[in-house]
Design a binder for this molecule. Structure first.
Ligand code: KIV
Ligand code: ZN
Length: 524
């Protein structure tokens, strides 16, 4: 948050602070892990979108988490950067170390307060929990001015105890009190009453910003967050596309657009640049491989599609008949024809800069340009989405140990399906021919022949980047090895080439992960 925005937020009683936890709670969910470069890209877009606070990770969780929070803290200029910590000095020190370089650092400390969590998870008596709240917040405040405290499982916490802990946390220096509905259990009326109760009963509540963090187990995360805002909460924690533990967290785009579109009944506002919503949503889907369901509010492929004749007729007469949000307000513009096969390097570079990639390395730019030329030879119209898919596929490839070179596949109903593959491994060209149960299986077998490894294929997913039979395929491959999961992406006008690229991308990420956790285990 810039000093100016911060001032506005502080002075404006109806301004809701948007705290994005895509990179922490979102990334925690199975299959959503991102590598350092991907986290930096997401954080950069979130900042561009003017999200107030970005929770970049849980620094004590792993060296990778620490590194990501630290790197993001160094790079961001306007958004505050938060690091999560349990209520221990070790966690808080690590979180502080990670967020320290940020212009606006925040430490977010949490501790369970519900009877169930205290007894079974913490195995601590309430008195000891209360003391740990005071001690941990005091400790964190000695390091950092901006400290947030969360009573985990807040909605199932006994009310007197919740009030007592919140009051003590504020006394100890917490500036934001975040009430999590950790298990997505509450309903709007109940959550409204809980926030109202805290505002009425905690004597020093006006010294802190009340925040909420809702999970979506009953599909009520957004409704609960909005109820809390109406009751006086002024920070909402959320994630892009609603990703997060189990059924996910409140979706940022839904909270922000509900407040914008229904400001007549909810006179509150955020600082989010809503025109960036589509870009952020697509980027997250691309890096995690978590595609958005077509009928998802705001960012689903059908969110602005009108199929029935009656609706189409109404839309033609007046768009407001069936459209409460304009596609432009969330950054969804008509696909534009961008370039053709005669476009040169300069025009391509300018186009990339316009699309938010001004500083690709020379190698990545050359790779993307060659692939654009190849695509333009095969595809009549090249759209923004095509270029984005190529960039997603080429941008972080400079340190890859394994590179895709070529693929020839024989397939069809007569079988057997055979793949002839060429990869470059550590600078050496290697070839293999393999058969499989279908062409994709043959391609993946050929990869395993060239680079033997034991991983579990958890997900194989294809989607068409644009419409038409000449559309590029964007493939996601998720591999798992000893509890580590990675998503790889590949795009090409040939689905099998895209599949090989996606698998190779996942494999490179896995090797990087192995290297980060165990330097000795580098060979396949
Ligand atoms: O859901 C939860 O309780 C959390 C806390 C750490 C805020 O994610
Ligand atoms: Zn959570």
């Amino acid at each position: 948050m810039s000093a100016e925005t911060k001032q506005v937020a502080e002075n404006d009683a109806n301004r809701v602070t948007v705290f994005d936890t895509t990179l922490r709670d979102g990334e925690q969910s199975p299959g959503c892990s991102m590598n350092l470069e991907e986290k930096i890209r997401v954080a950069t877009v979130l900042e561009e979108m003017q999200v107030d606070v970005i929770e970049a990770g849980f620094p004590i969780a792993s060296n990778g988490d620490f590194e990501a929070v630290h790197e993001i803290a160094k790079r961001l200029k306007t958004s505050a950067v938060a690091g999560l910590a349990r209520a221990t000095t070790k966690d808080i020190d690590r979180a502080w170390e990670a967020v320290k370089p940020a212009k606006h650092p925040r430490i977010h400390v949490f501790l369970s307060t519900s009877p169930l969590h205290m007894k079974f998870k913490l195995q601590m008596e309430p008195e000891a929990v209360h003391q740990a709240v005071v001690d941990s917040i005091s400790y964190a405040r000695n390091l950092c001015d901006d400290v947030e405290w969360s009573p985990e499982d807040g909605t199932r916490t006994e009310k007197d105890f919740l009030c007592r802990c919140v009051e003590s946390a504020i006394k100890a220096g917490a500036r934001t009190i975040n009430i999590p509905d950790t298990v997505g259990y509450t309903v709007p009326e109940e959550f409204f009453a809980l926030i109202e109760m805290l505002r009425n009963r905690v004597p020093n509540i006006d010294k802190a910003v009340l925040s909420v963090h809702c999970h979506n187990d009953l599909g009520l995360a957004v409704a609960n967050s909005l109820a809390a805002v109406r009751a006086g909460a002024r920070q909402v924690e959320c994630t892009i596309n609603g990703i997060g533990e189990r059924a996910g967290n409140a979706a940022l785009e839904e909270v922000v657009m509900a407040l914008r579109v229904r400001s007549d009944v909810m006179p509150y506002h955020t600082g989010v640049k809503t025109e960036m919503i589509t870009k952020a949503s697509r980027l997250l889907s691309a890096v995690t491989g978590f595609t958005v369901q077509p009928n998802k509010a705001i960012v689903g492929a059908n969110a602005f599609a009108h199929e029935s004749g009656i609706h189409q007729d109404g839309m033609l007469k007046n768009a407001e008949t069936y459209e409460i949000i304009t596609p432009e307000s969330v950054g969804l513009t008509q696909s534009t024809l961008v370039m053709g096969k005669h476009s040169g390097r300069h025009a391509f570079k300018a186009k990339l800069a316009e699309m938010g990639y001004p500083d690709l390395s020379d190698n990545a730019l050359e790779d993307a340009f060659q692939r654009f030329k190849d695509l333009a030879d095969h595809k009549k119209d090249v759209f923004d989405e095509d270029i984005l898919a190529l960039i997603d596929d080429s941008v972080v490839r400079t340190n890859d140990r394994i590179r895709f070179l070529s693929l020839q596949v024989v397939c069809g109903s007569k079988g057997p399906q055979t793949a002839e593959l060429e990869l470059e491994v550590d600078g050496q060209t290697q070839k293999a021919t393999a058969e499989g149960n279908g062409p994709v299986d043959a391609v993946f077998s050929a990869i395993r022949e060239i680079f033997p490894h034991q991983t579990k294929l958890q997900l194989y997913q294809v989607h068409a980047v644009t419409e038409g039979t000449d559309a590029q395929a964007e493939v996601t491959v998720r591999l798992e090895e000893e509890g580590r999961t990675v998503n790889g992406q590949g795009a090409d006008h040939d689905t099998l080439v895209a599949s090989a690229r996606a698998y190779v991308n996942a494999l490179n990420k896995l090797l990087l992960k192995r290297q980060r956790t165990a330097p000795a285990a580098l060979s396949a």
